[in-house]
Design a protein around this ligand. Structure first.
Ligand SMILES: Cc1cc2nc3c(=O)[nH]c(=O)nc-3n(C[C@H](O)[C@H](O)[C@H](O)COP(=O)(O)OP(=O)(O)OC[C@H]3O[C@@H](n4cnc5c(N)ncnc54)[C@H](O)[C@@H]3O)c2cc1C
Length: 307
């Protein structure tokens, strides 16, 4: 990005712009090189001008939530990384038109775990599975995040997406969620930013919802590595199988490449054991895939997105 582009950008964006920003602290893996530019975008009405600027100046851009499901290359990202801030965290609790269900409109920058806790305060049931899933609502929608049999696709009725040119409301069949993937978003990828969503929830007793959330959080802590940075489950579960069990039964727990290691707690977590590089993680990923393919005949597909 040259000086004139930087000046133009400062004219469009009133919130924080960081040039040559290390992405380590913006990802749960704590891995990755710098972004040429990172914008902590607080104002809704600056998003479209920003996307138009990137398009006009031919600058690649990418939006991340909390970076809890991404691996950033060691070379970093030659372009603009957008992180949704303040005005993308608004929430509006309400009810469905017929008054039978509860609805929650929320900005895509809101933390999913926090939303789950707020739902419990409001007596809104359905997002208990989100307790302890780190990341934002936007990231959870794009990933169709889920746990314990629940997933975002089951409770979302409308998503708003903004491109450089327009604001789009996605509803009904267009939503089209799959396993840890939102097919409906594929046509907007690289062009659209998820800015908010409406969730349809049931009415429930706050104490019961809170108890369920606490139990799920405890199960999570008992089963997942908590001491080393990671990006959650690295691979998707193959149909009818558990990626973690497959990796475990191949004896790969504890296997290391450089600073990256297969967690000794959960086979499907690659952890940043000791200053791992993205290259370490990718080499370890290849070894895991190769071993599981040779030993079980199954192709593992990464759940983590690469930037
Ligand atoms: C300890 C741990 C436990 C986890 N447990 C679970 C679990 O139980 N279940 C589960 O499903 N996942 C789990 N994850 C993975 C991860 O937390 C989820 O996928 C989460 O929903 C990602 O949200 P994020 O905001 O961090 O997205 P990011 O990781 O920042 O981004 C993920 C993808 O979404 C895109 N994206 C993010 N925000 C937007 C937006 N506003 N508009 C357009 N695109 C966007 C990014 O470009 C990227 O491609 C876990 C991760 C960790 C570290």
């Amino acid at each position: 990005m040259d000086g004139s582009q930087k000046d133009k950008l400062r004219g469009i964006i009133s919130s924080t712009i960081i040039f040559e920003c290390s992405l380590k602290k913006y990802t749960s893996f704590s891995i990755g090189g710098p972004a040429e530019c990172l914008i902590l975008l607080d104002k809704k009405d600056e998003l479209q001008p920003l996307l138009r600027f990137c398009s006009l100046e031919n600058l690649p851009w990418h939006v991340i939530g909390r970076g809890t499901n991404v691996l950033v290359k060691d070379e970093g990202f030659a372009g603009v990384i957008i992180v949704l801030g303040k005005e993308f965290k608004e929430i509006h609790p309400g009810e469905s038109r017929d008054g039978k269900k509860r609805s929650l409109m929320a900005g895509a920058g809101h933390s999913l775990t926090r939303l789950s806790a707020l739902c419990s305060d409001y007596g809104f049931s359905g997002l208990e599975f989100g307790a302890g899933i780190p990341g934002t609502l936007g990231g959870a929608l794009v990933m169709n995040a889920g746990a314990w049999g629940g997933e975002m696709g089951q409770i979302v009725t409308e998503v708003t997406i903004e491109t450089a040119a327009k604001k789009i409301r996605v509803t009904g069949e267009q939503l089209d969620f799959g396993y840890r993937h939102w097919q409906g978003f594929a046509k907007y990828k690289g062009q659209g930013v998820v800015t908010g969503a409406t969730l349809l929830l049931e009415s429930g007793a706050p104490e019961e919802i809170a108890t369920t959330c606490r139990e799920l959080l405890k199960k999570r802590k008992d089963r997942q590595p908590v001491h080393f940075p990671n990006a959650g489950s690295f691979f998707k579960n193959p149909a009818g199988e558990s990626a973690g069990r497959l990796i475990d039964s191949c004896g790969l727990k504890g296997m290391r490449v450089g600073g990256a290691m297969v967690s000794t707690v959960h086979g499907n977590f690659i952890v940043n054991r000791d200053h791992a590089t993205a290259r370490d993680v990718l080499n370890l990923m290849d070894k895991i895939k190769k071993t599981v393919k040779e030993s079980k005949g199954i192709d593992l597909e990464p759940e983590v997105h690469f930037i």
